[in-house]
Design a binder for this molecule. Structure first.
Ligand code: UFG
Length: 375
């Protein structure tokens, strides 16, 4: 079955967002709806809350026809068939997956099964319905300890140090092979750096279950007084202040990056001659919609240290936040930040928000919702 063209108006385009109730998914839904797309969310709510969908409706003012929700797991082919049968899906933005690095080490089977088999099932059902336009939520983790910095898209991939990272890398390979076998596929792999921040309304944000693993959600819990201090994992790295350096990116910049990628897949912007991994990518069809496999880093290109983040968050919440220097965390690297020229040149996308703004928005969300969506 031939692929659906994306070379048409946003209002005539329906996007399936798997994992649309999660952190990055919910912010991307807001951006899609504000750009006039029709959105269908499939989420099993295993690590998210349906309240996020209510909040998306409040922020965007859309009705049930523009935003449809299915409580469905991507491993469930029958449920996914129903989603495609009942909606004229044109493209998929695929976020659904387990994402806790530490948990993946103790539950490798669950991670490989859920993330990989889930993606295979999703792609199979999509193909049966003639939908071959897909954006995959990948990660800078696929670069492992990067060979050079800033990291460009053609920086060689290295083994991730945990099963979660491996699933991202393996799914990238599956999707690349999908295109090699059937050149109608129009696939983009977006490699995110460190997404933080929240929608400026403070209505949606990151809501990890239990004690957060990542720096900013942890710091936010310290700021609301739920945790006593921030653990700084290592101050002896070869970085300006000795703490780990990362490329933090505002989740709304990331969300906008997804929508601009969809526009690009439909033929907008770009030169149409970018190449990665030896594939001939971004070739427009007769109607202008593209086909290929393309990779874009989404980051700011600026590195911030752990102490930079703790200080910026302290400024946002109006008090200095306590922290303690501790030994390094296993599997961490010293420095990681992106070269974002390709996304700028091809997609016309550049991150707008700085660390100060990211922390202000994270703080607004955390202070208004100290217990997340359960508040
Ligand atoms: N850190 C602390 N204390 C904490 C948590 C983290 O000092 O409580 C430090 C880490 O050592 C690191 C930095 O803060 O230097 C950022 O750590 P995060 O856990 O917030 O993020 P990571 O860079 O480890 O990982 C993130 C995502 C992964 C993704 C990866 C891609 O969590 O999903 O970026 O590079 F794969």
């Amino acid at each position: 079955m031939s692929n659906r063209s994306l070379a048409k108006n946003h209002a005539d385009t329906t996007v399936l967002v798997t994992g649309g109730a999660g952190f990055i998914g919910s912010h991307t839904c807001v951006e899609l709806l504000e750009q006039g797309y029709r959105v269908v969310v499939a989420d099993d709510l295993s690590n998210s809350n349906s309240e996020a969908l209510n909040r998306i409706r409040v922020i965007t003012g859309v009705n049930d026809d523009q935003l449809t929700f299915y409580k469905a797991n991507i491993l469930d082919a029958q449920a996914m068939n129903r989603v495609f049968d009942e909606n004229p899906i044109d493209a998929i933005i695929h976020f659904a997956g387990f994402k806790a690095v530490g948990e993946s080490v103790v539950k490798p089977l669950e991670y490989y099964w859920n993330n990989i088999t889930g993606t295979l099932t999703l792609c199979k059902v999509a193909r049966e319905h003639g939908v071959k336009n897909l954006i995959f939520s990948s990660s800078a983790t696929v670069y492992g300890d990067p060979e050079f910095i800033p990291i460009t898209e053609d920086c060689p991939k290295h083994n991730a140090t945990n099963p979660y990272g491996q699933t991202k890398s393996m799914i990238e390979q599956v999707l690349t092979d999908l295109y090699v076998g059937d050149t109608e596929w129009n696939i983009v792999l977006l490699r995110y750096f460190n997404p933080i921040g929240a929608h400026e309304s403070g209505l949606i944000g990151e809501d990890p279950k239990g004690i957060p693993n990542n720096l900013v959600p942890y710091t936010a819990r310290v700021a609301v007084g739920q945790l006593p201090y921030v653990h700084v994992y290592g101050a002896d790295y070869d970085t300006p202040d000795g703490t780990g350096v990362r490329d933090y990116i505002h989740v709304m910049d990331l969300a906008r990056g997804h929508v601009m990628t969809l526009d690009w897949m439909g033929g907008a912007c770009g030169t149409g001659v970018a190449t990665t991994l030896g594939t001939i990518a971004g070739i427009p069809d007769a109607d202008g919609s593209r086909h290929g496999v393309e990779i874009f880093n989404l980051g700011t290109g600026t590195g911030s240290s752990v102490l930079d983040v703790i200080h910026a968050f302290g400024t946002a919440c109006g008090r200095e936040l306590p922290y303690r220097i501790e030994p390094r965390r296993a599997g961490d690297i010293a420095t990681n930040y992106a070269a974002c020229d390709k996304a700028r040149d091809e997609l016309g996308w550049v991150a707008r928000y700085d660390l100060k703004r990211m922390c202000e928005d994270s703080w607004r969300w955390q202070s208004k919702n100290p217990d997340g969506y359960r508040s």
